[in-house]
Design a protein around this ligand. Structure first.
Ligand SMILES: Nc1ncnc2c1ncn2[C@@H]1O[C@H](COP(=O)(O)OP(=O)(O)OP(=O)(O)O)[C@@H](O)[C@H]1O
Ligand SMILES: O=C(O)C1=C[C@@H](O)[C@@H](O)[C@H](O)C1
Ligand SMILES: [Mg+2]
Length: 189
């Protein structure tokens, strides 16, 4: 089983958009943990309203664990004597994480089992993307101020969790996906 690719980074950095292109390049479909949480539990604002941020984080951790479970199973089978190794050529899982997934140590440990790509960006770049945002409850009434504060709080966690950091500023999602694929291959995956 190939090493899974995890995309990490702040809200609107492009994890879902880049992930969809990267997955297509690799011949697989994107696993978007936010989308899985929404499919199972309702919209993100609804979840925050009903269960608080803590409830959302529990669903997020579960979605992340479910995303990597097939990989962990295959890695175990490979190590177990007498069990044939799974095909090595299957496409790696591409996982777009939620922006706050790095907050929990358990999530960071899971992400560290794969190739973790930090999509670096800044307030000037995401400003136009989050201006009228109603889908990200943490951004509230002053999205850019909230984004900047949250980014400052988490920046070190993104850096520490990443295998690779990509500066996404001034690049299209397609260019970023291509750069990740090249780095992933260069790293021997
Ligand atoms: N490199 C890019 N250039 C231009 N637009 C981009 C780029 N990357 C993403 N976008 C756009 O920015 C918006 C936010 O991107 P996306 O939803 O992928 O962010 P995200 O990191 O998944 O955010 P979240 O953490 O909230 O899930 C989307 O409209 C997307 O199409
Ligand atoms: O950065 C965050 O805390 C979040 C990012 C989004 O991906 C969603 O997971 C949610 O809006 C929270
Ligand atoms: Mg996303």
């Amino acid at each position: 089983m190939s090493t899974p690719i995890f995309l990490i980074g702040p809200m609107a950095s492009g994890k879902s958009a880049v992930g969809a292109i990267l997955a297509r390049l690799l011949g697989t479909t994107l696993i978007d943990t936010d989308a899985r949480v929404v499919a199972a539990h309702g919209t993100i604002p609804e979840i925050f309203a009903a269960h608080g941020e803590a409830g959302f984080r529990r669903f997020e951790s579960q979605a992340l664990a479910d995303a990597v479970r097939p990989h962990a199973k295959a890695a175990h089978a490979k190590a177990a004597p007498g069990i044939p190794a799974p095909a090595d050529r299957c496409a790696p899982a591409v996982v777009a994480t939620g922006g706050g997934s790095v907050l929990a140590a358990g999530n960071r440990d899971l992400i560290a089992t794969g190739f973790a790509v930090y999509l670096l960006t800044d307030a000037a770049t995401v400003g136009p993307r989050i201006g009228a945002d109603t889908t990200r409850p943490l951004l509230g009434a002053t999205p850019l101020e909230s984004w900047s504060r949250i980014f400052a709080e988490r920046s070190e966690l993104y850096e520490a969790t990443a295998t690779l950091r990509i500066d996404t500023r001034g690049r299209t999602a397609a260019q970023i996906a291509e750069a990740i694929l090249t780095a992933y291959r260069d790293a021997g995956h």
